[in-house]
Design a protein around this ligand. Structure first.
Ligand code: NAD
Ligand code: IPM
Ligand code: MN
Length: 360
């Protein structure tokens, strides 16, 4: 099959981890006889430096012409003083909006061989297999008006949702639950926020379309606690944009490292694939980044944009085997005397495992 992938590697560790994910995709193409075409484009700080804007028109055009967009990460300390709409992060928000995907799937899975890596007890993380459905185009991120008024020394953002925005993302969550453990937990702050009251009422209504799926509502504060206490109780977790941003990073504690988490954004013109982590300026350029989140993101790309489920599973199996064999990047070594692999060495291990898994 033919698949056009636009790679927007971005800043910091973005290019480092994306290179490994692309290598794995090329391997799948070669072993499976698929025709994947890769193009590269700039976003974030790299685009500001080259074109003065975090999302150049040429990047957006190339993205809209592709079958899938694979993004590394954006963000660089040198632009921290800029207003939100000029920063590298604005490029990410703009491409999300332009591609139109509203359902951001963020799985958090407790890999058994990484159990010692989580600060949580193994009996707590054991069996945890959660997927967050984070609404990606609404809420505080995009609501207007918004302003930092320097004269009055005050600032505000607008949290806004419409019923339609909630309905469409809720359906993504219920459809997913139907193919998993038939359970949706909707997370909100309906005891305080009108947007959350609309959220809760709408999700309850959508649930009626899915009589086989159990729906539970939780307030975001206590959910954050339950998530660490009994993660295996959750299957699909549906939530709005900012809550989903925060909770999905928290879920990295279950896995043991933020560098392990992939994501896929569906529902728009072109699906967008990005690891959950950022550009990690503290470790950028040192070969320390864990590429597995990006590699697992490549698996999600094959699953959701190419319908290559077997190849997606092959990548996930390769990652499992590499972890079972004891290979670790620095973020996965917690007081153990294991040898630390560089980003490229870890990519190489997955490459080797994949070659064994996929029959020529
Ligand atoms: P971050 O996710 O970049 O890093 C948080 C911590 O996790 C750091 O200690 C980092 O070293 C570690 N980490 C992250 N990914 C890792 C990996 N693959 N392997 C090993 N360790 C990893 O978050 P931050 O430090 O709060 O933000 C840095 C920049 O990234 C900011 O500019 C932020 O806006 C941006 N950001 C971008 C995205 C994105 O592009 N999708 C996501 C989050 C943050
Ligand atoms: C993420 C990031 C982004 C977000 C930022 C960089 C705009 O934190 O993808 O989780 O908040 O959505
Ligand atoms: Mn985030």
């Amino acid at each position: 099959m033919k698949l056009k992938v636009l790679v927007v590697a971005g800043d910091g560790i973005g290019p480092e981890v994306t290179a490994e994910a692309v290598r794995i995709l090329r391997t799948v193409a070669e072993l499976g006889g698929h025709d994947f075409e890769f193009r590269n484009a700039l976003i974030g700080g790299a685009a500001i430096k080259a074109h003065g804007t975090p999302l150049p028109e040429s990047t957006l055009e190339a993205a809209l012409e592709s079958d899938a967009v694979l993004l590394g990460a954006v963000g660089s300390n040198e632009f921290n003083a800029l207003p939100p709409d000029k920063r590298p992060e604005a490029g990410l928000l703009q491409i999300r909006q332009a591609l139109g995907g509203y359902g951001n799937l963020r799985p958090a899975f407790a890999w058994p061989s990484l159990a010692v890596n989580s600060p949580l007890k193994p009996e707590v993380t054991d069996g945890a297999d959660i997927i967050f459905v984070r609404e990606l185009l609404g809420g505080l991120y995009f609501g207007t008006p918004r302003e930092w008024n320097r004269e009055t020394n005050s600032a505000y953002n607008t949290m806004r949702y419409t019923r339609d925005e909630i309905v469409r993302v809720a359906r993504v969550a219920f459809e997913l639950a139907a193919s998993r453990r038939q359970k949706v937990t909707s997370v909100d702050k309906a005891n305080v926020l009108e947007t959350s009251q609309l959220w809760r009422a709408t999700v309850t209504e959508v649930a009626k379309e899915y009589p086989g799926i159990a729906l539970d509502h939780q307030y975001v504060d206590s959910f954050a606690m339950h998530l660490m206490n009994i993660p295996r109780n959750f299957d699909v977790v549906l939530t709005e944009n900012l809550f989903g941003d925060i909770l999905s990073d928290e879920a990295a504690v279950i896995t043991g490292s933020l560098g392990m988490l992939p994501s896929a954004t569906v529902g728009g013109k072109v699906n967008l694939y990005e690891p959950v982590h950022g550009s990690a300026p503290d470790i950028a350029g040192k070969g320390l980044a864990n590429p597995l989140g990006a590699i697992l993101t490549a698996a999600m790309l094959l699953r959701h944009s190419a319908k290559l489920e077997q190849d997606a599973l092959a990548i996930e199996t390769a990652v499992r085997k590499v972890l079972e064999a004891g290979y670790r990047t620095a973020d996965l070594v917690r007081g153990e005397s294991k040898q630390k692999l560089t980003t490229q060495e870890m990519g190489q291990k997955v490459f080797e495992a994949l070659n064994e898994i996929i029959d020529r």
